[in-house]
Design a protein around this ligand. Structure first.
Ligand code: B16
Ligand code: MG
Length: 211
């Protein structure tokens, strides 16, 4: 039924979501702003600046655009330091095997990520040449829950929306994919969301639904 599979990156292909959390936690603690895993879930799939705005909701202070830019830059520096340690061994074998099987079955594959660091991460995981197309935070004007990143991935694969299945871990991504007219397989927290077509207990479950 599907001809292409469009994957989110953070929280689906790899677990860089924990590094985003650690880096933002450092910024929030430095500013004396309360931040926890639950608030962090709202940052999934959302752009860097929009993530900062969500964190600052709990601050009484007003910050200038220049200050906000400094916080966001500092977060990205911390995040990239954490990424330094990453290598091919951080790619789960079951994820890699599943990707290979789906490719053998003839599916086209894409990445649709809000992250401006997506290509850096994919090269560390030695996956940069695996996907037919990579659309990331540098290619879009509006981040998830907008449909832009998914629409561009679908166009890049030369497929219609109803020929694509999106794999997402975030509410923002599920919403964006549905707005793009695509069906979604939810993993992690997103597997509990009502509008997903498939709930994946693990990444390998994709092999059951994409035959
Ligand atoms: P960056 P995804 C998203 O990636 C992350 O989930 C989100 O937490 C992050 O703020 C966003 O990328 C921007 O990342 O600061 O690296 O540009 O889940 O869409 O792959
Ligand atoms: Mg994600």
């Amino acid at each position: 039924k599907y001809k292409g599979i469009i994957f989110d990156l953070d929280g689906v292909i790899c677990h860089t979501d924990k590094y985003h959390y650690m880096a933002w936690k450092n910024i929030a603690d430095g500013l004396g702003i309360y931040f926890d895993e639950e608030i962090n879930n709202r940052l999934r799939g959302v752009s860097r600046m929009e993530s900062l705005e969500i964190i600052l909701e709990r601050s009484d202070k007003k910050y200038s655009d220049k200050e906000k830019e400094e916080f966001a830059n500092k977060k990205n520096e911390l995040y990239k330091e954490l990424l330094n340690e990453m290598s091919e061994k951080d790619l789960d074998k079951k994820v890699k095997d599943t990707l290979d099987i789906l490719k053998q079955r003839g599916y086209k594959t894409a990445i649709a990520s809000s992250s401006k660091n997506a290509k850096l991460i994919l090269s560390k995981l030695n996956l940069i040449d695996f996907f037919d197309i990579i659309i990331d935070g540098n290619d879009i004007k509006y981040s998830k829950p907008d449909k832009e990143v998914f629409e561009k991935a679908g166009i890049g694969l030369k497929l219609l929306p109803n020929e694509c299945l999106v794999v997402e871990d975030a509410a923002s991504g599920v919403e964006g994919a549905i707005r793009a007219g695509m069906q979604v397989a939810g993993i992690g927290d997103a597997k509990k969301l009502g509008d997903v077509s498939y709930s994946l207990e693990s990444f390998e479950d994709l092999q059951k639904y994409c035959i």
